[in-house]
Design a binder for this molecule. Structure first.
Ligand code: SF4
Ligand code: SF4
Length: 639
């Protein structure tokens, strides 16, 4: 197939062609082999959860051997996707909490954001007065760890949501209890002979996803900021051209900052920089990929090599000494691609060993030493680079990244009239939404999916939204796409945004698409929308705000979609989840949830059409929003 039909990224097209010339198999070749995917799987009507199966639903066999119909089978499969996604985010968060428990002023992991730690400690009723900050940190870490398995009560962070939202969760009974408990309950309820009711399966999917967004992911983000610093705006560059011909190129791929932060430190160690020079390189060049890339670009401005679909292509440049990974979204295929070049594919986590990789375990107790050994391996591999195979494509784009909620509020302070309004609030943002200068806000998140053309849906939708004065915040591989295509550049507002958004960007000093971090950092978006709703004394579903996953692929994205909808934010998908086999599942998810949680899913695989629907829906939401604003102003005036 023509490379142009596979990805809109010109660097990627070049690398796909190079891989083909060199006989290296990539996802794009495998995609051709999977032209017709199994219809049962696509519709979600295949079940293999017991030894009597697999069973699949068709007009001739409308029930599985146990009697489960299409609704039960689709519902169970969907619920298990949510459980898988929640487990991934939450186990990530658990590791960060364990890292916080290890924090030591003389150790590798220190407290970088004391104010955030103190704020969280106070929120959780931990005594802070006169105490050593590390004692406070350890107590906070222990409480965070209890969130995974506490026997009673509900998760602490749900109290941060606007009150009307909390009421909806209580009434609909989706307040998450302990994180692991929700995941285990789904695995239990979807065992053969348990839940056989689609409404109930979707209900428990929503509750479990809440344990991700308002639990695991939120814990992950908060504690990562405490340990590694809350991001502030900084400049970086994105796309494969950030690899450098004369340097030792190290790609960091995966998710958890505990590893990548240490690699960043290790790569700055003078003895390792000297070693790089000894082997003939000009230095060490780190570049990130997927969410690990997002974590280190947010906090250190480390360059973004690419997104999920570029992980093999980075190796195909022939210029990568090592790909260092931890967990999640790592193609096992990297072992085979790395074999075709000199690249060392280094796995580090006992949770994600991959056959054919070099396994160097990363232990948090001796983090910097382990990180140094891994970086050393990469440096020593420089001499094995085959220059005749090196081709670094030319395109890259500048980007400003690092928009944590705190950073956004800080930028907004630039337009606060200090005689009238206090600094440090989201008021300027809510004022823009109220006046209609900004028509709305959209969180564009998620992966790349081989069902479509890589990056096409992300870029098309983001461009359409900003053209229509809808500000975009983004995380995950959506953020990498935006960075690569120049949407986080300082002049992007002038180039692509509508007049209202362009004016706001100029005054506030931001690009029209804001990088808010990794996938767990979608919790930052929840915080921001929650803060805006609180400021306006509204519920999150009252705001002209939407969530979009144009190219989603992972179970984590399914969990994210569910908690975003459960939070009252309409969510738009560019890929159909495997639910079409159950008309009830489709009805509930795309329509009935509106009455329960104030939001639903909409799916359209055509990015242009999806963007048009979103813009239309935001305008519809504005009618309700503006009426509510007026009503509140009337009440205020009377008072
Ligand atoms: S649980 Fe039922 S539908 Fe699923 S594989 Fe077993 S018998 Fe078949
Ligand atoms: S956006 Fe999707 S593909 Fe990218 S790192 Fe996150 S889960 Fe993985």
């Amino acid at each position: 197939m023509d490379e142009k039909m596979l990805t809109i990224d010109l660097n990627s097209q070049k690398m796909i062609a190079k891989a083909r010339e060199e006989g290296v198999e990539t996802m794009y070749d495998r995609k051709a082999g999977f032209k017709s995917q199994c219809g049962f799987g696509l519709q979600g009507v295949c079940c293999r959860i017991c030894g009597m199966g697999p069973c699949r639903i068709s007009p001739k066999t409308p029930r599985g051997l146990c009697g489960a119909d299409e609704h039960t089978i689709v519902g169970r499969n969907f619920a298990r996707m949510v459980a898988g996604g929640t487990a991934a985010h939450s186990d990530h968060a658990r590791d960060i909490a364990h890292t916080l428990a290890l924090a030591d002023p003389n150790g590798n992991y220190k407290i970088r954001d004391e104010a955030k730690l103190i704020a969280l400690a106070k929120e959780w009723d931990v005594e802070t007065e006169g105490r050593d900050i590390y004692d406070v940190a350890h107590e906070v870490a222990e409480i965070a760890l209890m969130e995974f398995g506490k026997p009673f009560g509900t998760l602490r962070f749900i109290k941060n949501a606007p009150e009307p939202r909390q009421k909806i969760w209580k009434e609909y009974a989706i307040e998450p209890r302990a994180i692991d408990r929700e995941i285990a309950t789904i695995m239990h309820s979807t065992h053969i002979g348990c839940t056989g009711d689609i409404d109930s399966l979707i209900h428990m999917s929503l509750r479990t996803s809440m344990a991700d967004g308002w639990g695991g992911s939120m814990i992950g983000t908060r504690l990562s900021d405490i340990l590694f610093g809350t991001p502030v705006p900084r400049r970086t560059e994105a796309n494969l051209a950030v690899l450098e011909e004369n340097k030792v190129n190290i790609i960091l791929h995966g998710h958890e900052p505990a590893l990548s932060e240490m690699i960043v430190l290790a790569s700055e160690e003078p003895d390792l920089v000297a070693l790089a020079k000894e082997v003939g390189a000009d230095g060490i060049n780190l570049a990130g990929m997927c969410c690990t890339g997002n974590e280190i670009t947010m906090r250190h401005g480390v360059k973004i090599a690419g997104d999920f679909h570029q992980q093999e292509l980075a190796i195909v440049t022939g210029a990568v000494e090592a790909v260092i990974v931890d967990v999640q979204c790592i193609f096992p295929a990297l072992a085979r691609v790395a074999d075709c070049y000199h690249t060392k594919f280094v796995t580090t986590s006992p949770k994600a060993k991959i056959t054919g990789s070099t396994y160097i375990e990363f232990r948090e107790e001796q983090a910097l030493d382990d990180a140094k050994s891994i970086v050393k391996e990469a440096i020593l591999n420089f001499k094995n680079r085959d220059k005749s195979k090196v081709l670094i494509p030319e395109l890259k784009s500048g980007a400003t990244v690092g928009y944590s909620v705190e950073a956004v509020v800080n930028q907004l302070d630039r337009v606060v009239n200090s005689h009238i309004d206090p600094a440090g609030t989201v008021k300027p943002l809510t004022d823009c939404l109220k006046s209609g200068v900004l028509r709305g806000a959209a969180g564009v998140v998620g992966c790349n999916n081989a069902k479509g053309v890589s990056n096409e849906a992300h870029v098309t939708i983001m461009k359409e939204l900003i053209k229509n004065d809808i500000i975009v915040v983004t995380t995950g591989c959506g953020a990498s796409a935006a960075a690569k295509f120049g949407l986080m550049e300082t002049d992007a507002a002038e180039k692509y945004a509508g007049k209202g958004l362009a004016t706001v960007c100029k005054l506030v000093g931001i690009p029209p698409v804001l990088h808010m971090g990794s996938c767990v950092d979608i919790s930052r978006i929840l915080d921001l929308v929650g803060a805006a709703a609180n400021y306006l004394d509204m519920d999150m579903c009252d705001l002209p705000v939407v969530g979009i996953a144009p190219e989603w692929m992972s179970e984590k994205a399914v969990a994210i979609g569910c908690y975003v909808v459960a939070s009252g934010i309409d969510t738009y998908l560019g890929i159909m989840p495997p639910i079409a086999g159950s008309s009830r599942a489709v009805d509930i998810l795309t329509s009935e949830l509106k009455d329960k949680v104030g939001a639903t899913f909409t799916v359209n695989t055509n990015p242009k059409e999806l963007a048009a629907t979103i813009i239309e829906d935001i305008e519809k939401k504005r009618v309700h929003f503006e009426a509510l604003v007026e009503e509140k102003m009337g009440v205020e005036a009377e008072a």
